[in-house]
Design a protein around this ligand. Structure first.
Ligand code: IMP
Length: 193
């Protein structure tokens, strides 16, 4: 069975991706299978750059084809930020609710409601050989936070053609349309062929 390393410390992501890879006769390894307890600094300006920093690092350490992902939300009323700083932006508020309130205020103030989530996956198969897979979901910021499912910015994001936030959709429904699943599907199609 071919081996591939997923460079992530996020247990939930590893479990989710392992399930997908099983179907394709690919053995998915994670950082747990190696003694890698140091992660490179994610100081790229784009999702693609950050994903590549991690996948190249994993390949250099192990010699095994390695992929890594980076995701976030880009909000028109915030000049398409926070982008690569999505996690930090949310954590800088005293609560999620305070962050959502501030974003909703900015859309009311500017009248700009558009937003999108993006995932970039970088797969390093050799020195200086990286392949990128992107996934994007476009939509709008809602007028109020709603829903209990999901994580991060899901309660304030309404996907295009929907009238519910991502946090009001079940995980199964979200996975059918999400930026992450689009990028993962592209990766799986590539590595399983
Ligand atoms: P990561 O690169 O996948 O760890 O994502 C970075 C940050 O972007 C997360 O901590 C969330 O705040 C935000 N984010 C990424 N994907 C999603 C999503 O599907 N829903 C909500 N927030 C997300």
């Amino acid at each position: 069975m071919r081996k591939i390393l997923f460079f992530s410390n996020n247990k939930n992501k590893v479990i989710e991706i392992k399930k997908i890879f099983k179907k394709f006769n690919l053995e998915l390894l994670s950082l747990n299978d190696f003694n890698i307890n140091y992660e490179p600094k994610e100081d790229g300006q784009t999702f693609e750059e950050n994903a590549k920093i991690k996948s190249e690092f994993g390949f250099k350490k192990t010699g095994i084809p390695c992929f890594a992902d980076d995701s976030g939300i880009c909000i028109e009323s915030l000049n398409w930020k926070p982008g690569v700083l999505s996690k930090r932006f949310l954590n800088n508020f005293k609560s999620k609710e305070a962050c959502f309130k501030s974003i909703i205020k900015s859309i009311k103030h500017t009248g700009k409601k558009n937003a999108y989530f993006k995932t970039s996956i970088s797969l390093t198969i050799n020195n200086n050989q990286n392949i990128l897979f992107n996934g994007k979901i476009v939509g709008k910021i809602s007028n109020q936070a709603k829903g209990e499912f999901g994580f991060g910015y899901d309660p304030i994001f309404i996907p295009k053609y929907y009238n519910k936030t991502l946090a009001e959709l079940s995980t199964v429904e979200k996975n059918k349309i999400s930026h992450r699943s689009i990028a993962v599907t592209k990766l799986v199609n590539f590595v399983s062929n």
